[in-house]
Design a binder for this molecule. Structure first.
Ligand code: NCD
Ligand code: ZN
Length: 474
């Protein structure tokens, strides 16, 4: 074999099931070989990874990069720079930009904005009440997944009625693309919020009162029924409650192709943090009780919750800091802090490094069609790598984040375990905790590698398209 471009020497290579000391040879953007230390041919360049861990880069299926339309919050350059610094090598970007990604023309505009990306990316198309006729165009145009906002959140996109959702599921199901759900039922929250406002509740905890766990669980159960009926693949984003785990488990047991994700805030924060953090902690769905966090931790470990995503949702300090809770924008940046926060949990013994790799890289790759090209450190895969120093301690400082969103509930948190180099298809995008600015524009859309097995469709003869084709009985 001809010599590699780069040899990563002596690190501990980690997968979801094993870890071992090895050298990793990288050539032409791919992992050429993984072998015993000293066994691989010499390379043009070497990286000494002795004492470090070599992980597949994180694959984050839930980021909001805000471009076009809200670039004072973030854009594709700052968002993907933050990802590079955080050891994240692929992101899937959400459609609640302005305009939203709801048609082919808007997909093309987003692809143009994404040309400055440091890391690889997927693009979500929107499934809403008013774009059912655009869904096929988005599929043919190369979206990587769909997003359905069952409840209102930032961007105030009208959430689809159950009727529109079902037709959307019918259209998307044959493509096999996964539909990620913001699973909170709009009508319940709108009703409760209006009653809370009328009663004079403006405090941070009123945010939980407007969106109790039943709001999420009802949405998960309803979406699972539509997924089961059609055969559409779905993913429950940002699982925040113990109650949602019931309908998620039930649907999995019935054979529905449904997956679930959660975010660091639901694992690491709870209602006792509202007094300290005020409106900064406002996120949809809300951070809930300590018992919810405990249940989500257990569900990650037993596989009910499949993966960790970040819901990276940056806003400006003015937008986040409000006396009236209803006026504060929801969400905070996460793509840069996810890996250090979770590695810190590894350092504390709450999680193994192998589990972490399963949740952050393997499962997202498998569930969103990027496996076996991404999500593993093995010959033939993309050289998407986070080299991690588990002995390094840093303090999270919002002001130092590469994201434009400089407000985080994790301000001042000390974390042990940090990605010190990030490679995307063999190229350094972060090196020694510094962004490699020449790598701007290296990222590309993952369309060409996305391969989902053919979906199993149900009730195809009863889809709206099918019944409308059938002649009227005489
Ligand atoms: C997200 C945002 O700001 O775009 N906010 C949030 O609170 N999670 C939207 C979303 O994912 O719900
Ligand atoms: Zn959401």
């Amino acid at each position: 074999m001809s010599g590699p471009d780069l040899l990563i020497q002596g690190g501990t290579v980690v997968s979801g099931s094993t870890s071992f000391v090895a050298d990793v040879a990288v050539k032409d953007g791919l992992i050429q070989a993984v072998g015993a230390p000293g066994s691989l041919p010499e390379a043009r360049e070497t990286l000494d990874a002795t004492g470090l861990f070599v992980l597949p880069g994180a694959i984050d299926v839930h980021v909001h990069f805000r471009e076009p339309g809200y670039t004072h919050k973030e854009d594709w350059e700052t968002g993907t720079a933050a990802a590079a610094m955080g050891g994240t090598t692929t992101v899937f970007e959400m459609p609640n930009t302005h305009p939203p990604t709801r048609s082919l023309a808007e997909l093309r505009d987003k692809q143009a904005a994404a040309r400055k990306a440091y890391v690889d990316f997927g693009i979500y198309g929107l499934l809403a009440e008013d774009n059912i006729g655009e869904l096929q165009g988005l599929i043919d145009g190369g979206v990587n997944a769909f997003k359905c906002f069952m409840g209102n959140t930032f961007g105030n996109l009208p959430s689809p009625s159950t009727g529109a959702m079902l037709e959307g599921f019918e259209i998307i199901a044959p493509s096999g693309l996964r539909i990620s759900l913001h699973a909170e039922t709009a009508s319940i929250m709108a009703w409760r919020q209006q009653r809370l406002i009328a009663a004079g509740r403006n405090d941070p905890l009123a945010h939980i009162a407007a969106r109790p766990a039943v709001v999420a669980a009802e949405a998960v159960a309803r979406a699972a029924i539509l997924a089961e009926w059609t055969g559409a693949r779905v993913h429950v984003l940002h699982i925040s409650s113990a109650l949602e785990l019931g309908p998620l488990r039930d649907a999995k047991a019935r054979g529905v192709d449904i997956t679930g994700g959660t975010c660091p805030c639901y694992l690491l924060l709870d209602s006792s943090d509202y007094a300290r953090l005020g409106s900064v902690i406002r996120v949809n769905p809300p951070v809930r009780e300590a018992a919810d966090s405990e249940a989500i931790w257990a569900a990650l470990k037993d596989g009910t919750v499949d993966l960790i995503e970040t819901d990276h949702a940056p806003h400006s300090p003015e937008e986040k800091t409000k006396a009236v809770i209803w006026e504060a924008d929801c969400g905070f940046p996460g793509v840069e802090t996810q890996m250090p926060l979770m590695l810190n949990q590894v350092s504390r013994g709450r999680l193994s490094l192998q589990d972490y790799v399963r949740f952050s890289a393997e499962q997202p790759a498998k569930r969103f069609g990027l496996w076996p090209a991404k999500g593993r450190i093995e010959a033939g895969a993309h050289a998407d790598i986070a080299v991690v120093d588990m002995a390094r301690t840093e303090t999270i400082r919002a002001a130092a984040l590469h994201s434009r969103g400089k407000v985080t509930p994790f301000e001042g948190e000390s974390v042990t375990g940090v990605p010190v180099h990030t490679l995307v298809r063999g190229r350094f995008v972060q090196r020694d905790r510094r962004l490699v600015s020449e790598a701007r524009g290296h990222g590309r859309q993952v369309t060409d590698i996305q391969r989902m097995p053919p979906p199993v469709l149900n009730h195809a003869d009863q889809t709206l398209a099918s019944v409308l084709r059938t002649p009227t009985p005489s």
